[in-house]
Design a protein around this ligand. Structure first.
Ligand code: UD1
Length: 386
């Protein structure tokens, strides 16, 4: 079976890693299983936003690099669509896999859907219910274009049900890591008009469990930055809704400066933020240390020793939850509602200087074996997809 994986932005290189690893493992047992072709759209191109992750995780170089680069949404998404289309026409894959909610996700999904090719969306069903976010538009449309909807949680499945999606595999329960062939016999042909919803758990948990092991040997960040273990905070900030709105940006700087009175803050700065904040950066307290973006192993190590994290990233909210680090989300809403319900995450407008009591809730995002489930299901369904 030939599949095309499409990545382009930082979190997608990270999400693709466990899929690539699971395919390599499956092919070791059955060499003809999956022919995995990788497209890098080039949405992210700086070494620290892209290649560093291929190097750290040992991901094979992409077969196609489209070098789309930065630009306004329409141009960036349109260029991705046009260039992906050329590759799809040449390769004729049985399935195109897209990840998350970026312009690379939507551009890739649109190109495939218009060629009548099946699309699998990894991280389907997430909603902020705020259509002023580019990511929300990308998610909704990508789900609408997909044949397989791989969901990280029950809440994601419920979001899809509210939108009328009804074909739910295994009654919405986490599927077995090695599902039996019988589970698929009644499914018949699956198409875009009745996409299949699957609860496979969160692929980012697979990555985190791997990285915690590897980071202990390979990360150098703590000695480089000389931080007091357990007594510093981390800040990350890159969402357009925060960086492109000066009033909002100012409000967040005041909030962070308040926290900095208690903890020194380390702030790996995303290129978007670097570009947008101009003079505003002088308003950060001297206890906020700005550094370049970090590789994944350094980020995980930094997080493990932190007292607190402040972020508008989706991935970091869950990593903080899994590693039991209190998190303040610098947004008005979050897609990762389970992290808030657990008490480990709080929206900054609700933060009253301390965290809520933590609950001993059931783990919300599976067991760290999401990628193997996805790859198994894809190979079982190879002939059922149109
Ligand atoms: C994108 C995603 C966002 C995701 C984020 C992860 C969309 C709409 N947004 O946001 O959902 O959370 O990636 O990082 O797809 N730039 C560089 N070097 C790079 C990459 C970007 O300098 O390697 C600069 C460019 O000048 C660009 C700006 O950062 O204008 C924004 O990049 P872009 O890809 O448009 O979106 P992100 O803000 O990174």
């Amino acid at each position: 079976m030939k599949i095309i994986n499409i990545v382009g932005a930082r979190p997608q290189f990270i999400k693709y890693f466990p899929i690539s690893r699971a395919i390599i493992r499956m092919n070791a047992e059955n060499p003809t299983s999956i022919n995995d072709i990788l497209i890098h759209t080039g949405q992210h191109y700086d070494y620290l936003m892209s290649k560093v992750f291929f190097d750290e995780f040992g991901i094979p170089a992409p077969h196609y690099h489209l070098e789309v680069g930065s630009g306004p949404h329409g141009r960036q998404t349109g260029e991705i669509m046009a260039k992906v289309e050329e590759v799809l026409e040449k390769e004729k894959p049985q399935l195109t896999v897209v990840y998350g909610d970026t312009n690379s996700t939507l551009g890739g999904a649109l190109a495939a859907a218009k060629l009548h090719l099946p699309v699998a969306h990894v991280e389907a069903g997430l909603r902020s219910y705020n259509k002023y976010m580019p990511e929300e538009i990308n998610r909704i449309l990508t789900d609408q274009l997909s044949t397989l909807l791989f969901c990280p949680s029950l809440a994601a499945i419920q979001n899809l049900q509210k939108e009328g999606f009804a074909n739910i595999f295994n009654a919405g329960s986490l599927v077995p890591v090695e599902p039996s062939q019988e589970m698929f016999t009644d499914l018949g042909i699956i198409n875009k008009n009745q996409p299949l919803i699957i609860n496979n758990g969160d692929i980012m948990y697979d990555v985190l469990l791997f990285a915690v092991q590897a980071a202990a040997r390979r990360a150098t960040v703590l000695s480089r930055l000389q931080l007091p273990a357990g007594a510093y905070a981390i800040l990350t900030l890159h969402r357009a809704e925060n960086t492109d709105n000066i009033r909002r940006f100012d409000e967040i700087i005041d909030f962070v400066n308040g926290v900095a009175q208690k903890y020194p803050v380390v702030f790996p700065v995303h290129p978007r933020t670097q570009k947008m904040y101009g003079q505003a950066k002088n308003r950060f307290s001297s206890r906020v240390e700005m550094i370049e973006p970090l590789g994944y192993f350094d980020m995980v190590t930094l997080l493990q020793q932190a007292a607190l994290v402040m972020t508008d990233s989706g991935g970091l909210q869950k990593e903080a939850y899994w590693l039991k680090v209190p998190c303040i989300t610098l947004r008005d809403e979050t897609e990762w509602v389970e992290t808030v319900a657990s008490g480990w995450n709080v929206l900054y407008k609700d933060y009253q200087g301390r965290h809520y009591p933590k609950t001993a809730a059931e783990p919300a995002y599976g067991d760290g074996r999401a990628a193997m489930r996805i790859v198994q299901i894809i190979s079982h369904l190879a002939r059922n997809l149109t």
